[in-house]
Design a protein around this ligand. Sequence first.
Ligand SMILES: *[C@@H]1O[C@H](CO)[C@@H](O)[C@H](O)[C@H]1NC(C)=O
Length: 431
Amino acid sequence: MRMGMKLLTLLCLLLLRIGGSECRGKKHSRGADFLNVENYGAKGDDFLDVKNNNEKNGDFFNVMNYGAKGDGRTDDSKALMDTWKAACGFKGSVRYYIPPGNYIVGPLNFNGPCKGVTTMNFMIKGTLKASTDLSKYGPTDSWVMFGWLTGLKLTGYGTFDGQGAASWPLNNCPKNKNCKVLPASIKFVATDYTEVQAITSLNSKFFHIVLLDCKNFKATNLQITAPATSPNTDGIHIERSTDVSISNSKIGTGDDCISIGHGNTRVFINGVTCGPGHGISVGSLGRYPNEGDVMGLSVTGCVLTGTANGLRIKTWQDSPDTSVATNMTFENIVMYNVANPIIIDQNYCPYTYCTARAPSRVKISDVSFKNIRGTSATETAVTLHCSNGLPCQNVRLQDVQLNYYGPGKRAKATCMNVKASYSGTQIPPPC
Ligand SMILES: *[C@@H]1O[C@H](CO)[C@@H](O)[C@H](O)[C@H]1NC(C)=O
């Protein structure tokens, strides 16, 4: 008890220093979670709204109070889900807290709707480690899922460690079109007004982050890391989503840095560095029936280093349906030693047994590449290979300066089924 008082006094002093006056002469209920405020206050984190941070509001849900151990051995899945049930059932603005520690967990479904919750402040300071026992994951499971939520704020400088190394050798998707898919690390499904800030994703088993049917999604300060050789570890995959912004993030992984799948409207990518990996990619589009259009993409101020592609738009040959990809702008991009810096590929088919020769039925239009500089690891710095069934319309290149990285030879461009328009500097020279 005396110990508790001492800590409380300390905490009050801390709160006073930060500017709150709540401690003066007021009675506080206290529990283990109350003391965790210290972490936030001490780091000047405004996420938790320190002034309002006492338990009497009952809006603070610490996983430690629901039996989590965070000891790197115990399976904490149940504790985290029990905490979620309580938090999701609360009213108003809610705080879900994972303190520092290592939490071994299987699939977690942080699903709503949380009817009374206006803002779900989900703060993770610790490291979640994905169970390596694949039998724990159902066939369509991701690892950590946030679904059907409005007003989710995910932050805290914590880490989602997919512990993928053990399962990468089991992934045969690069060779087999109908492969069994491993769980993605973090998946957002049908969320509205989501903010993700200061989160690390490490060694995902499959994709790192997936957005599906999301609206008003903002992510910033993400760190996404996996080895260059890890299969299908796309950094962020966006599908059927509207008003998405990804900014100021660092993504080095084994597959696409960011991939923009079908059915997306207004996606903004700014200040992202990519590498290693396969670069920023629209697609692949046109693989399945009934795919949605891609309308409105802006990629600005990005740096790509040593990636297999830079800015790529890829659509499958022989697509079952028609769709549209339009209004896409790539501006102020720097590339270092990128193998295919600018590439439109409408004959995409990564499997050796693809034999279809039917053209892609995805119509690409209004694409502009502006101020794209740097070096190409191959001689072909610009590839514009459009569908012979639906030639690209209104493709513009302005101030493109991509020199071949190697000795002696000059960068070149190759074009099919496109009449691009050019202005400003053009290295390589136009086709
Ligand atoms: C084109 O895309 C940008 C960026 O996503 C968007 O802001 C703009 O409204 C779009 N323009 C049209 C005509 O759809």
